[in-house]
Write a new protein. Structure first.
Length: 259
């Protein structure tokens, strides 16, 4: 089973959704999709006269912003992904973390700011996803989640994907990006990285900018029941492309196989 995390920026590409449907249909394995939609949420906030506020990449979410996040993620974004998969012949069902208590959370604490209704996943109900997958259905999951206090919370999509991938567990968590993977100094895709190698590339400046949180999100799930994580673009998704992040034991096993 492979879990795909789709970011909001990729969904703005007109050809992305049709391409995603074709690729998922051709993967030949069970797939679960978790998606974000941050850019669309920000745009809707501005249209409604609300000012988006971000702290360390997390959206400060008051009651009005939570209503917008639910509307965009669980409604618009979730359904366009489901529709694209169905159009490509993939049987898909849209859910959120609230449905069936799939993702339970507590209020996320931050050292310098009150994030409002932003949650941190503490429990997952993986059997609900497993049941759908066993029937040949691809779940498409928005990261709006249910608090242990009964309050609905907005959860970072990367964090939701990592928690779900670890609970299933998924054989691999793939972050579908707008870049083909981590690029070295010559502009070539680095095929695989351990945590130590990744941090060295960050320190040297080879990995920088928006790629830093992406690689750290990938590393965060390795060793939590998920053996491998990957950053790849849509073109490389179906042909084994991208950069693979592995633990040291998995890295050693891959080397032995390749010898």
């Amino acid at each position: 089973m492979q879990l795909l995390k789709i970011g909001g920026n990729e969904l703005d590409d007109e050809g992305f959704l049709a391409g995603l449907g074709r690729v998922v249909a051709g993967l030949g394995e069970a797939v679960v999709v978790v998606h974000g939609g941050g850019k669309a949420i920000g745009e809707m906030q501005r249209r409604l006269g609300l000012r988006p506020v971000m702290v360390d990449g997390l959206r400060v979410t008051d009651a009005e912003s939570l209503a917008v996040a639910q509307m965009v993620l669980c409604g618009q974004t979730n359904k366009v992904i489901v529709a694209a998969l169905l159009a490509a012949g993939v049987d898909a069902v849209g859910l959120s973390g609230v449905d069936g208590g799939l993702l339970r959370c507590v209020k996320k604490q931050h050292p310098t700011a009150d994030l409002g209704y932003v949650g941190q996943v503490t429990a997952v109900r993986p059997e609900l996803v497993r049941q759908l997958v066993s029937q040949g259905i691809t779940p498409v999951i928005a990261p709006i989640s249910l608090g242990l206090d009964g309050q609905v919370y907005n959860v970072n999509a990367d964090e939701a994907a990592g928690a779900l991938a670890a609970a299933l567990p998924a054989g691999m968590l793939t972050f579908v990006s707008n870049v083909p993977g981590v690029l070295d100094q010559e502009g070539q895709v680095v095929r695989s990285l351990t945590a130590g190698q990744t941090e060295a590339l960050i320190e040297s400046g080879v990995i920088g900018g928006g790629m830093v949180p992406k690689v750290r999100a990938a590393l965060a799930v390795v060793g939590r029941g998920v053996h491998r994580a990957r950053i790849v673009n849509l073109a490389g998704l179906g042909n084994g492309g991208g950069t693979l992040f592995v633990g040291t034991e998995e890295k050693s096993r891959m080397i032995r196989i390749g010898e």
